[in-house]
Design a protein around this ligand. Structure first.
Ligand code: FES
Length: 81
């Protein structure tokens, strides 16, 4: 499996994370101590684990617990209201 780089944008500065391509995004964030709200424990019910993924044509939001990452990217954990 290839190693990828994820840049996590945070209020106190960007954090660079190395991960394995194809790994679950929520697992990656938890393993790297990135704060994220997950009241359903990653079952896909609460929709609280939204992450904004930035690309060339803007950004999109997805649930960290329901998605895997396969390439280098820049993300931001969407603050829980
Ligand atoms: S942790 Fe609840 S939907 Fe992802």
């Amino acid at each position: 499996m290839a190693e990828i780089t994820i840049i996590v944008k945070q209020d106190d500065g960007d954090k660079v994370i190395k991960a394995t391509s194809g790994a679950n995004l929520l697992s990656i964030l938890k393993e790297n101590n990135i704060p994220i709200h997950t009241p359903c424990g990653g079952c896909g019910f609460c929709t609280c684990c939204k992450v904004e993924v930035f690309g060339k044509n803007g950004s999109t939001e997805l649930l960290a617990c329901r998605n895997s990452i396969y390439a280098d990217c820049t993300i931001r954990v969407v603050p829980f209201p």
